[in-house]
Design a protein around this ligand. Structure first.
Ligand SMILES: [Ca+2]
Length: 319
């Protein structure tokens, strides 16, 4: 990047920050008036939590706006060089300081892809098994995760159904549905804290909206996830594809055409169902500092088009 370009980019960021503060102030102004009128009878300790919630909602509105602008400008592709990936910190309001950051959630393998509408998705299972193999983890984890989600009580060859968990203290049952939060993974037989932490860097849980698995954005995927796309991809190939986290394939055609992998003929319909150059799922992390209290909130955002939707809120990170 030339110096001129670099300066131009800095200017862009500064302008963006200014716009952001104005946007949040405007979004909040109308609501603050409304809330103040109903707020008078509230106790003050409830009030800061309430106010923090209110600011978190404001930040989430802003996040959706950032994602809308990105979609309008570069909807075909997303990577780490884009504006949405820049954290913002220290937005000073009268009684609070706000910080936030957006992260794309489709940089990892979605465990919910393994069971779609009650049936095992074979290409997703094969992919997950390659991930486990490259992590040198027990392959039986795949069966156990499937048993956790499927609705029957018939264990997979190396799986675990209710009977495994009912003998524990306290006892519990399998979920019989898709994962709602990544922390559920800790409940699965064979997953200790160390395995959980390691696996969490490569897997996530996202809702399934259709018949199809959610797709991994190959511009954001780690080299291990890229290597796991096919057994023939070497660790060295995968590092080249990863480009230190700055991969910027505009289309899947661009991805498949790269020298490193073009002779493998990876461009197949089943693989195209698992990967993309776009991100549809994001987490907005919001930190609200008020007096001596710090509030953390996480919104899970789905962006199917210019208009994105907040699907869930959590006090713990989805990432
Ligand atoms: Ca984009």
């Amino acid at each position: 990047m030339s110096l001129k370009q670099h300066k131009g980019k800095q200017k862009g960021v500064a302008l963006f920050m200014t716009l952001l503060v104005v946007t949040i102030a405007t979004l909040l102004a109308t609501e603050i008036w409304f809330n103040n009128t109903i707020d008078i009878s509230r106790q003050s300790n409830n009030r800061s939590a309430y106010q923090a919630n209110h600011y978190a909602n404001g930040m989430a509105l802003w996040a959706r706006d950032v994602l809308r602008i990105d979609y309008e400008e570069t909807q075909a592709f997303d990577n780490r060089g884009e504006v949405w990936n820049q954290p913002i910190a220290g937005i000073q309001l009268e009684d609070a300081v706000l910080s936030g950051r957006l992260r794309a959630m489709d940089s990892k393998f979605n465990l919910n892809n393994l069971v779609i509408n009650g049936a095992i998705d074979a290409p997703s299972l094969a992919y997950f098994e390659r991930i486990l193999k490259n992590l040198e983890m027990d392959l039986s984890l795949a069966d156990k995760i499937i048993d956790w989600m499927d609705s029957d009580q018939l264990p997979m060859p190396q799986g675990a159904e209710d009977i495994t968990y009912l003998s524990r203290s306290p006892s519990y049952r399998t979920a019989g549905q898709n994962f709602v939060h990544i922390s559920e993974l800790k409940l699965i037989d064979g997953v200790n804290e160390e395995i959980f932490q390691r696996l969490k860097s490569y897997v996530t849980v996202l809702p399934i909206n259709s018949e199809n698995p959610t797709k991994i954005n190959i511009n954001l995927a780690s080299s291990l996830l890229l290597k796991s796309l096919d057994d023939r991809i070497s660790s060295k190939d995968a590092l080249i594809l990863y480009r230190d986290g700055n991969a910027s394939n505009l289309t899947l055609d661009d991805f498949f055409r790269q020298d490193t992998i073009q002779y493998y003929n990876l461009d197949t319909e089943p693989l195209r169902k698992l990967i993309s150059t776009q991100s549809r799922w994001y987490q907005a992390q919001v930190t609200v500092k008020m007096d001596n209290a710090v509030f953390q909130k996480y919104a899970l955002i789905y962006r199917p088009g210019a208009l994105s939707v907040i699907k869930q809120w959590s006090e713990t990170s989805y990432h």
